[in-house]
Design a protein around this ligand. Structure first.
Ligand code: ZN
Length: 80
């Protein structure tokens, strides 16, 4: 919970309040309310989690592919 300046009268208003108590300006209805902040935080969290999950997955896939290639080469050389 934080205080924001009312865009209409510059009165300090709680961001939890639906409207400015002085002039009645609908503060919470503005696009820069808690909803937008939550969306940004969730987006950053999803991006961070996705990065943590996907990057090791790609590294594992590359390591597995390299392992298979090395095994195949060693098998062919050993047999040949
Ligand atoms: Zn106001």
């Amino acid at each position: 919970m934080a205080l924001i300046a009312c865009p209409e009268c510059r009165q300090s208003v709680s961001d939890m309040a639906p409207a400015c108590p002085r002039c009645g300006y609908p503060v919470a209805g503005s696009p820069r309310s808690a909803r937008g902040v939550d969306g940004g935080v969730v987006g950053k969290a999803v991006g961070a989690i996705g990065g943590w999950l996907i990057v090791p997955w790609i590294a594992r896939m590359v390591a597995m592919a390299m392992f298979c290639i090395v095994l195949t080469v060693m098998f062919l050389k050993g047999r040949g």
